[in-house]
Design a protein around this ligand. Structure first.
Ligand code: FES
Length: 148
């Protein structure tokens, strides 16, 4: 039922963990099952140089987040924003239809982490869907003030 690539990324997930002082952090939940994923990105000169994740979720969520981190490393922020859950699933040679929703976590966690990065750097004032990241911006400004 699962492709070899899915099994491989599930058994040996890449880039599991946290990045200290990550430039962008995104945490998303899957409304369908309640599973959670947290994505950490290190971004230099607009290029994602490192990515790590933690998933409290099913095997397909682990495999898709693992693949998603591999896909974003080396990409620019704009390129990474183009990555869809379908692209992640295709890179894993597909997912069973009932598990496609699990790959949403990967796409959304990347977007949330990039949104966080853009917000921190004054590149965005929201996610473009009317959900301003003002809360995170406030946190960040607070944080910056502490550093100043
Ligand atoms: Fe929740 Fe797969 S069942 S992410």
């Amino acid at each position: 039922m699962y492709s070899e690539k899915v099994m491989d990324h599930f058994m040996n997930p890449r880039n599991v963990g946290e990045i200290e002082n990550a430039d962008g952090v995104g945490e998303v939940g899957n409304a369908k099952c309640g599973d959670i994923m947290k994505m950490y990105l290190k971004i230099e000169n607009n290029v994602i140089v490192d990515a790590k994740f933690k998933t409290f979720g099913c095997g397909a969520a682990v495999a898709t987040s693992s693949m998603a981190t591999e896909m974003v490393i080396g990409k620019t922020v704009d390129e990474a924003l183009q990555i869809t859950n379908k692209a992640v699933a295709e890179a894993l040679d597909g997912l069973p239809p009932v598990k496609m929703h699990c790959s949403n976590l990967a796409e959304e966690a990347i977007k949330a982490a990039i949104d966080d990065y853009m917000c921190k750097n004054g590149l965005s004032s929201g996610d473009g869907k009317g959900n301003a990241c003002s809360r995170r911006c406030d946190d960040i400004h607070h944080h910056e003030n502490e550093e100043d």
